[in-house]
Design a protein around this ligand. Sequence first.
Ligand SMILES: O=C(O)[C@@H](CO)OP(=O)(O)O
Ligand SMILES: [Mn+2]
Ligand SMILES: [Mn+2]
Length: 505
Amino acid sequence: MTLPSAPGVLLVLDGWGHAPTSPDNAITRADTPTLDALAAKFPTAYVDASGAAVGLLPGTVGNSEIGHMVIGAGRPLEYDSLLVQRAIDNGALRGHPLLAETLRRVTDDGKALHLIGLASDGQIHAHVEHLRELLAIAAAHRVSRVWIHAITDGRDVADGTAADYLRRVEAITAEAGTGRIATVSGRGYALDKSGDLELTRLVTEAIADATGPRAASAEAAVVDAPRGDVWIEPTVVTGGAAIADGDAVLFTNFRSDRIQQLADGLLDHLAAGPRAVTALSLAVYDTRAPIPPLVPRADASGGLADELERHGLTSVRIAEKEKFEHVTYYINGRDDRPRTTEEHIRVTGDVPPDYVARPEMNLDKVTDAVVDAVARPDVDLVVANLANIDVVGHTGHAEATVRATEFTDAAVDRIRVAAQAAGRWVLLVGDHGNAEVMAKPGPDGIPRPYGGHTTNPVPAIVVPAPGAVLPEELPTGGTLADIAPTVLSLLGRPAGPAMTGRSLV
Ligand SMILES: O=C(O)[C@@H](CO)OP(=O)(O)O
Ligand SMILES: [Mn+2]
Ligand SMILES: [Mn+2]
């Protein structure tokens, strides 16, 4: 079916997953007259946003990086977590020349290996089981001192589980016959990506210099944490060693965005020491200075940005700072080449974020920017991310997330009205689930607040441009890979040759 071409709006509602009505579903609990009316009136699909459909390991929850990358690429992309697992399964990591050479040198010179990464199985930033392979490889190279700098989670997994994961790390070290936990730091400190260098400094000093609060054991560092697993103070475990000149450092997160500030800060601190270390990362990081990765990245070229550029179509990208990279760098296939057909608007706020107290975040400003952009005749496509549902959902605070959803609903109404007045279509889509599951049973079967992502499908609603007629129903069985072809089709263009997704319209 050929559609008349019209300018449009691609609106990503971050963390907007689909699940049956339930008291733990913040989306269905919220009063959302706009979203309800749009879903009732316009063609709606529920598309797969997790697991193999988007290039993750089967059954893995979706996340903002792979979500936006696949939305942009128009095809599933083998994500870093999958590529790392494959390198483990096929022995490529064991046989990796750079890793082998580094470990040989560490052993020959009597130096230590430091492993730094998130200790959970949330599978968004890291997987604790990757340590099993890395420690086995270190043991095979007879590295006698392996120090683990564990970052506690409490966000991608239930809060209060840090001690369980640290015990799992200790069990893995016992099995490998090498490795000891040297420091423990909450991800709020270690994985800050807001640019708060004070947080990074505390972690850096614990890891590099073994200075800061001390605890008798890794578990002792996390028991009765007053602010939860996310905010475990960077702590040195008794007996833990600082990083010495000649040591090797391997960052074990596979996702780059939240580890890069720490990696940059730590390597700067060591260089200023001066301590010369060999630094490696499990996957490719977007750090200031490149770190040699053990597993390369998938090619994500030929996506929406490339197709828009090829057709000479202009786009404006809008999000607040929490999701700005997602509607620029990630949706463009982790490509930060400036494009003359693109304009980027990063909305910032005046108040420090307190997502529970202010679930509206800076949505008014984001909406203002979107409304301004949709009125511009020189803009073919407006791409915006409304962050609230995901960001507030991560607090695990159901009431605040219900309010975040209601604020989002009102913003969608403003955007839809403005878009239609400007003759535009609007495609609404989630990038992964989150807020539709705000509680999960703990090991004791009692439900606990849950702020993590999910494997649920996400809604995709197409609001046609005024006067355009769309099929009444969208096909079932779609995935996020269908979004770029749908956007191009609504813009009156064919899907790009690299895209395997199919237009929903
Ligand atoms: O905040 C993050 O880093 C992750 C969860 O760990 O969420 P998202 O994929 O939505 O960025
Ligand atoms: Mn997201
Ligand atoms: Mn998220």
